[in-house]
Write a protein that binds this ligand. Structure first.
Ligand code: AKG
Length: 291
């Protein structure tokens, strides 16, 4: 079972070390855990869930007015192709700050940068405010978890602080419509996240599954009211030289109920080098990745 960790326990000096160990253990064996009593107000989450639903219920012509395009990779789109298969979902992407400095191209030789701004629909009118408020809370929780993870590695709490000064984090809103042939489709095909960690709000419908590190068997991540699902991404896996695990996950769909999920992807600044931390490598444990 994926552990559910009560984060309010970190306030208790007698219990905080146990929480840190439980987080470390979960990052190692699953790369996934859930948190409750995490400090994100319930109202902020309910508000964003309500407003994005109003947006997705609009006619598609309206939604296409804020469509993602080649120049600006945020806004509305109808899902990606994972391994050449179309995902069964529609999506709205939002940078966590109003503007974002991102690399001009995916070519690592190209050092150019450009600024992109979020696209906001006119209706519902509080869409922007609700998303911005939610993203602020999600970022705070994400940075708190990075501190706890740092402590679980025996590193100072502040070890990663400088990596997030110009962070490229973003929020994604996923809507998975009911699917007439759930046996033939996936909401999202199996993949690993490229980020540091992901904070996911999922509704009560269920469908997310994780592949267990030890044997690859798929396990459902049961929806827990008001909890967030946390998963380690590739950056953290590389930083820890594979001690912590970026797990494959996927989403199955169903024929009767739509499902919503809102991941917040915590990404470092664009100039941060992602390679195993010097403190975590040794002659017995040489770096498995080059910078
Ligand atoms: C993604 O958007 O990358 C996901 O993995 C979504 C997971 C979910 O919907 O539960």
């Amino acid at each position: 079972e994926i552990p559910v960790i009560d984060l309010s326990r970190i306030e208790d000096p007698k219990d905080v070390q146990n929480v840190i160990s439980e987080i470390g253990e979960a990052c190692k064996t699953w790369g996934f855990f859930q948190v409750i009593n995490h400090g994100v107000p319930c109202e902020a989450r309910t508000r964003v869930e309500k407003t994005v639903k109003t947006f997705f219920d609009l006619p598609v012509e309206e939604k296409l007015k804020v469509k993602k395009d080649e120049v600006n990779p945020v806004g509305y789109h109808d899902g990606e192709h994972t391994k050449n298969v179309k995902d069964w979902k529609e999506v709205f992407d939002v940078y966590f700050k109003d503007h974002m400095v991102i690399p001009s191209s995916t070519d690592p030789e190209d050092q150019g940068l450009r600024v992109v701004h979020n696209k906001w629909p006119q209706f519902p009118s509080d869409f922007r405010e609700a998303c911005e408020e939610y993203a602020r809370h999600a970022e705070k929780l994400a940075l708190k978890l990075v501190e706890l993870i740092s402590l679980s590695l025996g590193l100072p709490k502040e070890r990663f602080h400088d990596d997030f000064k110009e962070q490229m984090s973003f929020c994604r809103i996923n809507r998975y419509p009911p699917c007439p042939r759930p046996d033939l489709a996936l909401g999202v095909g199996h993949h690993k996240d490229a980020d540091v960690l992901t904070i996911l709000a999922q509704d009560e419908v269920g469908g997310l599954q994780v592949s267990r590190r030890s044997d690859g068997v798929w396990f459902p991540i049961k929806p827990v009211p008001n909890a967030f699902v946390i998963n380690i991404g590739n950056c953290m896996e590389v930083w820890t030289n594979d001690k912590y695990w970026s797990a494959e996950h996927r989403v199955v769909v169903n024929s009767t109920r739509e499902r919503y999920s809102i991941p917040f992807f915590l990404l470092p600044s664009h100039d941060v080098e992602v390679k195993p931390l010097e403190e975590l490598v040794s002659p017995e444990n040489p770096p498995r990745y080059k910078g």
